[in-house]
Design a protein around this ligand. Structure first.
Ligand code: SAH
Ligand code: SF4
Length: 396
């Protein structure tokens, strides 16, 4: 029997696991705190658990961190980790420190099946879903690695990560059953204690699963809109052919009934000559504000496109991005333009395309041999993260 990975459980799941071992349910809270708050993976070191439980756990369970393939630190403080998830797959996690918050961008899948035109992860296709444990282990690693560093600088052992965004590789709602317990671990006071407002799920528009998330675990919602009408969105985000804008915006509206925030953030990747005209900005205003069928409280986050060769697309010039933002703002819609972070380590949206696409070199890295990290021209075989971003939020 393979040992259970305790990163796979939310607190409730861990309670059931303890019961299966013939232990009291409340032991799970202690165990959970050791793992997530204190960063301990060795059961022998969990000193307030009975010796008998500790030895039982070592027989049937493990706490399995991910293997770090590389860590790159940008001059602006952004850190990007590449984790080996086995079978030649790797995923990326990015830490983005800012003055008033510290955001971690997590991956939910290796690859992605949605296939958006402008996304390098979409171009590589789908490899596999991450498990809950693999999602949680990204947060666990970042939190405890960073905490250890701040302690060496004398800053104490307070929590480092204040916000999580599910905006790395993959479509999080297409991996719903693994995502849900992972969100619960993030929110649990005995886990990472993040507020619902500070955990954001970004989706390309999985309508039914937005509805499920609304009931199961409402957190902040970001929706990748990218187009002001169905004809264009059908081309850019193929999922739109199944769930057109009216359905998507209806799902967003009903999400707000239970959401921790009273608006949805729309992400909008600015593509030169494709979706960036002022006429399209006005069409967006009509869509989200003036049309009674689709009206919705929202904010816009305009994302500069990070190009990659096979996309055949170019990013909008800066002045067009500003003009587009101006039209939305003039209509009273809060609009931010995403700052690019971690430029020197290729840590921004879509830039990670070149990271590990050459399988030979990926294997060398996964085997632990030092390989200089450099971005290579993208190929169809890339393993890429799509986006690294902070979502603008109201101050708490
Ligand atoms: N699958 C989810 C979350 C990951 S992508 C989603 O699509 O929402 C996170 C964000 O990065 C999305 O808004 C996505 O559209 C955007 N993105 C993808 N590729 C990009 C690129 N090359 N340049 C800029 N943004 C990109
Ligand atoms: Fe998948 Fe999101 Fe990329 Fe679309 S933008 S292909 S949904 S990761």
């Amino acid at each position: 029997m393979t040992a259970a990975n305790l990163f796979d459980f939310d607190l409730d799941g861990l309670g059931s696991f303890c019961e299966q071992l013939g232990e009291k349910r409340f032991r799970a809270a202690q165990l959970f705190q050791w793992i997530h708050q204190r960063g301990v993976t060795d059961f022998a070191a969990m000193s307030d658990l009975a010796k008998s439980l500790r030895s039982k756990l070592s027989d049937v369970a493990t706490v399995r961190p991910l293997t770090v393939v590389s860590e790159q630190v940008s001059s602006d403080g952004t850190i990007k980790w590449l984790f080996d998830v086995g079978g030649g797959n790797a995923v990326e996690t990015v830490f983005i420190p800012e003055d008033d918050r510290a955001t971690l961008c997590l991956s939910s899948q290796a690859g992605c099946a949605v296939g958006c035109r402008f996304c390098s992860t979409g171009h590589q296709g789908f490899s596999r879903n991450l498990s809950t444990g693999e999602i949680v282990a990204q947060l666990w690693h970042a939190e405890h690695a960073l905490r250890a560093r701040s302690m060496t600088r004398g800053a104490g052992s307070e929590r480092v990560i204040s916000n999580v965004v599910m905006m790395g590789m993959g479509e999080p709602l297409q991996n719903y059953s693994a995502l849900l317990p992972a969100l619960r671990v993030m929110l649990d006071d005995r886990g990472y204690g993040l507020s619902r407002r500070r955990v954001t799920v970004s989706t390309s528009g999985m309508v039914r699963l937005i509805e499920r998330l609304r009931n199961d675990c409402p957190v902040a919602l970001a929706v990748s809109l990218h187009a002001s009408n169905d004809a264009l969105r059908d081309q850019l985000v193929p999922l739109n052919r199944k769930h057109p804008l009216e359905q998507l915006l209806q799902a967003c509206r009903s999400y707000l009934d239970t959401a921790p925030r009273d608006f949805v953030t729309f992400e909008y990747c600015m593509l030169d000559g494709v979706n960036d005209s002022t006429a399209q900005a006005r069409e967006l205003i009509d869509l989200v504000r003036d049309d009674p069928a689709t009206r919705i409280p929202c904010k816009f986050n305009l994302i500069p496109f990070n190009p990659f060769p096979e996309s055949g697309l170019r990013g909008s010039p800066a002045e067009r991005v500003l003009a587009f933002a101006e039209v939305l703002r003039d209509a009273g819609i809060v609009t931010t333009v995403r700052k690019t972070r971690g430029d020197d380590i290729a840590a921004a949206c879509g830039q990670l395309a070149g990271e590990v696409q050459d399988r030979t070199r990926a294997h060398e890295r996964l085997a632990g041999r030092p390989v200089p990290i450099r971005v290579m021209p993208a190929t169809k075989r890339v393993i890429a993260a799509t986006a690294v971003a902070t979502v603008e939020e109201e101050r708490p």
